[in-house]
Design a protein around this ligand. Structure first.
Ligand code: SF4
Length: 348
């Protein structure tokens, strides 16, 4: 894996993005921001599964006004997603928002951008410039590839903020197309000192969206690019956070809760391993400690294949062997598999 690109950290409330800070997992609410109770409840669900930053759509003044009440009910920093209307950005800042996502270029007159930049600077609130391939401004040079056009658009916005003496900047360059996204981030990474928010936009429902996002995000992380990630899914945002952590855990970039090792099953399996693994996975969602748990389909190969696991079960007919670090400990009845496994996890 390449060494992580050095970036100038920004502070979003209590969370640092960039520099040497851990790669931050974030998501976005899918509630109507004006509905304070529903939004707070969804953010609390996200906090429970480890979400570290959350973005809210702020389409009007009522949504901007709801931010202060939402902030009172939640712990993690809030980022307001704003388009076109600089008054919404000013109202969100007034309401105590921790970060803004807006493109200064679509705010309009320089005076308006200046007002937003100066209010954000006063409060130490960073701005994410978020370029999406689907909504690029008209290209100055249409012959450029989409990735190059995305980078040009982002750099233009960066220059605009820098000219106003504003440097609390974070950047994202997202496309649905994975190679385009990777190319865009590779192009911009050496040109700016700011942290990068990475992700694949509109990636789809979980089955395909997680794969698409994982391919894009993990390729970039492997190249040393990325300071915060969002997996965008047509699903409850909890799934985005779980997927985000799984990507980071798979690359050994973060530890977060358990890791489940389960064999794919084969003709040797004497238990419904798919059902068992699903049940264990569900139980492990409640666990926050970093423990590696294995569920294996046979006694012959189970413990050996999962020798790195902290705790596991190698299943036989109606019974299974409990093992720790690949060493057999004792035999347990099939009806007790989950109960015993979870008790061991608890005591680990
Ligand atoms: Fe087959 Fe046993 Fe390996 Fe599972 S652990 S895949 S059942 S050999």
């Amino acid at each position: 894996m390449n060494k992580r690109r050095k970036s100038k950290p920004v502070q979003i409330g209590s969370v640092t993005v960039g520099g040497n800070a851990p790669i931050v997992v974030q998501s976005m609410t899918k509630t109507d921001t004006r509905n304070v109770r529903a939004t707070v409840n969804q953010i609390k669900e996200l906090e429970e599964c480890g979400c570290e930053l959350v973005r809210l759509a702020v389409p009007d003044m009522e949504a901007a006004g709801a931010i202060s009440a939402i902030k009172k009910g939640v712990k993690i920093p809030i980022i307001a997603d704003i388009h076109f209307d600089h008054r919404l950005a000013l109202a969100a800042l007034e309401a105590g928002v921790d970060g803004l996502r807006l493109n200064p270029g679509n705010i309009g007159e320089p005076e308006k951008i200046k007002k937003v930049a100066s209010a954000a600077r006063e409060r130490g609130v960073p701005i994410r410039i978020g370029v999406n391939a689907g909504s690029l401004p008209e290209a100055k040079n249409p012959k450029l590839s989409i990735a190059h056009q995305m980078v040009e658009a982002a750099l233009e916005q960066v220059r605009l903020l820098e000219s106003l003496d504003f440097d609390l900047i974070k950047i994202s360059l997202k496309a649905f197309d994975v190679p385009t996204t990777i190319e865009a981030y590779q192009l911009i990474a050496p040109q700016i000192p700011y942290p990068l928010h990475i992700g694949i936009t509109e990636a789809g429902p979980p089955r395909t969206g997680i794969i698409r996002s994982t391919v894009g995000i993990s390729t970039l992380l492997w190249l040393g690019i990325g300071d915060t990630i969002r997996v965008s899914l047509s699903a409850h945002p909890r799934e985005e956070v779980i997927a985000g952590y799984e990507i980071l855990k798979s690359l050994n970039l973060r530890q977060h809760g358990p890791v489940l090792v389960s064999c794919p099953a084969c003709g040797r399996a004497e238990v419904d391993i798919v059902k068992l693994a699903e049940a264990v996975e569900k139980e492990l969602l409640k666990v926050t400690k970093p423990v590696k748990v294995a569920v294996m389909g046979c006694i012959v190969n189970g413990p050996g294949e999962a020798k790195d696991a902290d705790i596991g079960i190698a299943c036989g007919k109606g019974r299974g062997v409990l093992f720790k670090k690949g060493k057999k400990v004792r035999t347990i009845e099939e009806k007790d598999f989950i109960k015993v496994l979870m008790a061991e996890v608890e005591g680990f």
